[in-house]
Design a protein around this ligand. Structure first.
Ligand code: GRF
Length: 200
């Protein structure tokens, strides 16, 4: 069974959506460990409540390379096959990314390459786009940049605020993260240049 290491910093709703799909038998994987750099992350408490391995690995006071070495060691200790970023609010070092080649995924609340970085839903709303959305992508050494696995579009409606839009984008995030994992775990795939090609 494919072993997932979930890495998060906050609320953890994407993690919980993935956990629910696994529990319902819709995603052939298991959660080996949930790690948070913030001890008080809601996602960590939710993981404990579900009886999952939940690890607080505070980043305070450590430089990026040192922290990432500890993160890598913890993930290896739990023998994870894939690193699933789910609201992890830190940039990963090149060393960490090279340690898990083509095995780190992230979800970002915009249709990349539009609006990388923080508060993507607010950025999109303020820009005035009519179509927003979210993206599941491989993580490479540039922020919110790696090859795209799956995207979903969300129409901006009259009367939306950045918050109502973000809430609808989040619903799509919950759907496509598990769907992206399901495709990668159950079908052959390869990355050609930066295109993710799925086989049957
Ligand atoms: C999501 O909007 C995700 O796209 C972004 O961070 C947020 C995490 O939310 N990377 P949650 O912790 O999964 O609820």
């Amino acid at each position: 069974m494919t072993r997932l290491g979930i890495v998060l910093s906050g609320r953890g709703s994407n993690f919980l959506a993935i956990a629910a799909q696994i529990e319902q038998g819709n995603l052939p994987a298991e959660i080996a460990v949930v790690i948070s750099n913030r001890p008080d992350a809601e996602g960590l408490a939710a993981a404990r409540k579900r009886g999952l391995q939940a690890l607080s690995l505070p980043s305070k006071g450590l430089d990026r390379e040192e922290y990432d070495r500890r993160l890598e060691a913890a993930l290896r200790e739990h023998q994870v096959d894939w690193v699933i970023l789910a609201g992890y609010m830190r940039i990963l070092s090149a060393g960490f990314i090279r340690a898990f080649p083509q095995r780190i995924l992230n979800i970002h609340p915009s249709l990349l390459p539009a609006f990388p970085g923080l508060d993507a839903q607010h950025q999109a709303f303020a820009y005035g786009v009519k179509i927003a959305g979210c993206t599941v992508h491989f993580v490479d050494e540039q922020l919110d940049h790696g090859p795209i696995v799956l995207q979903a579009a969300v129409a901006v409606e009259d009367g939306d605020t950045a918050e109502t839009l973000a809430a609808r984008i989040l619903q799509q995030e919950h759907r496509i993260y598990s769907e992206a994992l399901r495709r990668l775990f159950t079908r052959p795939w390869r990355i050609v240049d930066r295109r993710v090609e799925l086989g049957e």
